[in-house]
Design a protein around this ligand. Structure first.
Ligand code: ATP
Length: 271
């Protein structure tokens, strides 16, 4: 990656519990237009890295280091300033839509929250909601909007979560294993959607958000991402363009991940 200022610059980011670092001095760059895969085995610190970037670490976590988004430092900001940034800059899609959505609130009311925060007038909300649902491949907008999360399929809920993230018009989308809870066919559809939403397919289209995609699956990252960062026990052990890492992994741990991928079969097709 170049030396020019990046959309997101993470320097020496650590997350500790009781003085023990579980994310350990992580450096990360995401340029506009890049799709970066953050990969590592369970417990390697992927989710907490994303949580620290999105400022949603759990109680007891101590975050040190620097996270700059479009040049603005996010670590140590007061809550209100962070809140403003989050509704216009970095959006998170988590792996468990059922937990992320409020089961007692209709989809339309949940989708209205990021729109209002963005300043969309109440009378414009319904049209925006339909457009957002269409952009994530959900056509039956009227029915879905009136429903509760529990009345939707897993794939539909994940798409609603994606729509809520897009409603903030983010420049960076953090996707934390967004397809883990889905069956393989729906998984492939949602991954294809993520790729379409984060790829400038039409030259005239507005700049799509960059992506930080968290996964333990190198095959999926290879299909979706431009770059990959490999995390092991909280530390970055390897990084680079995805094609280079796949062709010639330098670290033994990356080779193990690659071997594991090959033993399960060819990468899943997401295009
Ligand atoms: N609230 C917490 N208190 C103490 N330790 C925690 C807490 N949350 C996570 N950890 C520890 O931090 C480490 C990193 O966790 P993290 O969830 O970031 O891993 P991960 O790579 O995302 O794993 P997975 O792929 O299973 O989601 C783990 O060892 C975990 O046990």
């Amino acid at each position: 990656m170049s030396n020019a200022p990046s959309l997101l610059e993470v320097d020496q980011l650590s997350v500790s519990f009781d003085n023990k670092a579980v994310v350990d001095r992580v450096d990360l760059r995401i340029d506009a237009g890049a799709r970066v895969g953050l990969i590592g085995e369970s417990g390697s610190g992927k989710s907490l890295t994303a949580a620290a970037i999105a400022d949603i670490t759990p109680p007891g976590a101590e975050v040190t280091g620097s996270v700059r988004h479009e040049g603005r430092e996010l670590v140590g900001l007061h809550n209100r300033a962070r809140h403003r940034l989050r509704s216009g800059g970095i959006a998170l899609v988590s792996q468990d839509a059922l937990t992320a959505l409020n089961p007692l609130v209709r989809v339309e009311d949940q989708l209205a929250i990021p729109l209002r925060r963005r300043g969309v007038a109440r009378r414009r909300c319904a049209a925006e909601q339909r457009d957002l649902l269409a952009s994530v491949g959900l056509d039956d907008a009227e029915r879905l909007l009136r429903g509760y999360p529990g009345q939707l399929s897993g794939g539909q809920r994940q798409r609603v979560l994606l729509a809520m993230a897009l409603a903030t018009q983010p420049s960076l989308l953090l996707a934390d294993e967004p397809t883990t809870a889905l069956d393989p066919t729906v998984q492939a559809e949602v991954l294809a959607l993520l790729r379409a939403l984060t790829t400038a397919e039409q030259p005239a289209a507005a700049q799509p958000p960059s992506l930080l995609f968290i996964s333990h699956d190198l095959a999926v990252v290879a299909q979706l991402c431009t770059h990959v960062v490999v995390l092991r026990a909280g530390r970055v052990v390897e990084r680079g363009p995805v094609s280079e890492i796949i062709a010639a992994p330098k670290h033994s741990y990356t080779r193990e991940l690659l071997e594991a991928t090959r033993s399960i079969g060819m990468p899943q097709e997401v295009s």
